[in-house]
Design a protein around this ligand. Sequence first.
Ligand code: IMP
Length: 174
Amino acid sequence: MVLPRVLIPETKIRQRLQDLATEIAFDYRGKELTVVSILKGSFIFFADLIRLVDLPMSCEFMGVSSYGNKTQSSGEVKVTLDMTEPLQGKHILIVEDIVDTGLTMQYLINNLKARKPASLKICSLLVKPDAMKCEVEIDYVGFKLGREFVVGYGLDHAGRYRNLPYIGVLEDEH
Ligand code: IMP
């Protein structure tokens, strides 16, 4: 198996997460936060990030699937797991692995806004600004990327590579 080329090493991810966590804790000081992990891709980012955020919080999980095994967005979003708790009146922070075209995030924003939270913000580890097809504002961005397809640290290609501790680029297969 050819290992992906390292794009963002573990140490850099850890440093950036500390900065994001400090910013989030400051912005939500005095409030109780509900963090929503978007599965599957955000599970590692989510687990690492929330342990650095010094705030009272509760955790929710929502599963969405948009790509199947392809590397291009279909634009269709399927909810594979929904939350059990009502979001009304809560301060919601969506935690996503990557925003590519933005279509998944646009769907999520509309879906969660309809549940009438007190506030709704978005944190994404990775964003591909050149690939965006709609206007979604990401409040907390870990790293900006070009259009390259990345794997590792929770992100997959055809279900593989999620367990890599770094973010890498697949070079030979694309
Ligand atoms: P969007 O709807 O095009 O923004 O795509 C969002 C979803 O596509 C993410 O939650 C990922 O599951 C997947 N995705 C987009 N780009 C990548 C990538 O570079 N690597 C792995 N998954 C990706």
